[in-house]
Write a protein that binds this ligand. Structure first.
Ligand code: ADP
Ligand code: MG
Length: 334
């Protein structure tokens, strides 16, 4: 029998078994990090993300060093999504018996390198044998200031929706390797393969946005705009309308799409692992925020749509409107 579970469905089943967060637990299941109030003014952030061989990575093209970096980066991205500061990590490893010693050394080199870049200290973990491939799970502990943490459930009707960078590069990089098309060399598209193999989390931007006080809701894009925006909409009890022509897509991703006969727009909507920030703001604050991000970081935010009261995520393309809610990656949909 075909499994009718979705990732969302499973998480819902878990969520309804646990009490609604109360007391020190400010945010439980449902955001990028769980949030606990510890001492006056300081919040602790907790997040865990797992990479499974054959699902999240393929060892035939993902080097152990870059995998070590990615295991850190995807977790840092969830702290960035709250506007927080990463502090400590726990590393849980499931390794096949007889794994190559140099693989483990190179993985740890990459892992340590990335921890160093984000000033995170490894404080513990667990190591077990795996009957299949490699499994890497990283738990990250971070911090934020009370009143500055950015959540998914606080978007407002009429808010503008912004993303922090181009979308679809990671999917383009993945497809270059996955499709392995004769005569097309992934190395010819360095930005796209980097986006897939070694993504850069938006930690500094996330902190600036949290400090600005100008952002209503924020999350990171790990499973594709269609799925992640649907999560933000659901959490906020709203919907969203996205304009296809405004989606920031790199010329590199367009070139890859052309070479592989794929759609870069589809990658931007449903491709995962971009690790950009998705945020909503009051329309009146657009110029102020743009100026702040430009002056402080020399960065640009891209306007892609607007929050609406009608539930669902809708894409407007050439005058046509179609619903795209949850059209991105789900672990349990085949
Ligand atoms: P992200 O993509 O930001 O890492 P996920 O989509 O993985 O977030 O998870 C969504 C929410 O569900 C998070 O708050 C996470 O803590 C929670 N969650 C996911 N899986 C489980 C689980 N097995 N048990 C408890 N909570 C879970
Ligand atoms: Mg996230």
């Amino acid at each position: 029998m075909k499994n009718s579970f979705t990732e969302r469905g499973i998480i819902e089943r878990i969520k309804c078994r646990v009490p609604v967060p109360e007391g020190d637990l400010l945010v439980g299941i449902g955001d990028d990090c769980s949030v606990v109030k510890r001492s006056t003014g300081i919040l602790e952030l907790f997040t865990v993300d797992t990479l499974v061989e054959g699902i999240h990575f393929d060892s035939s093209w993902h080097s152990p060093r870059l995998l070590g970096r990615k295991a850190v980066s995807v977790n840092i991205s969830d702290v960035a999504a709250m506007g927080g500061y990463p502090r400590y990590a726990l590393l849980s490893l499931g390794l096949p018996k007889g794994i190559d010693e140099t693989w483990v050394r190179d993985f740890l080199d990459g892992f340590e390198e990335a921890l160093g870049e984000f000033e995170v200290t490894l404080m513990g973990g667990d190591t077990v044998a795996s009957p299949g491939g490699v499994m890497i799970s990283v738990t990250l502990v971070g911090e934020s200031l009370e009143g500055q943490v950015l959540l998914r459930n606080t978007a407002k009707d009429g808010d503008l929706i912004l993303v922090s960078g181009v979308l679809g590069d990671a999917a383009a990089g993945l497809e270059l390797y996955r499709m392995n098309k004769a005569g097309i060399h992934p190395e010819a598209y360095p930005a796209q393969i980097k986006a897939h193999l070694d993504p850069v989390p938006e930690i500094v931007l996330g902190q600036l946005l949290a400090e600005s006080g100008l952002v209503h809701a924020m999350m990171d894009l790990s499973d594709g705009l269609a799925t992640d925006l649907a999560r933000l909409c659901e959490a906020s009890g709203l919907g969203a309308e996205i304009a296809a022509e405004t989606l920031p897509i790199s010329t590199g991703a367009e070139r890859v799409a052309e070479a592989l006969a794929c759609s870069a727009l589809e990658w931007a909507i449903a491709g995962g692992e971009d690790y950009r920030l998705l945020l909503t703001i009051d329309p009146g604050n657009r110029e102020k925020l743009a100026a702040l991000v430009r002056t402080k970081l020399g960065r640009e935010l891209f306007l892609v749509g607007r929050m609406i009261s009608k539930h669902g995520v809708f894409l407007v393309e050439d005058g046509h409107r179609r619903e795209i809610s949850y059209a991105g990656f789900d672990h349990f949909i085949e």
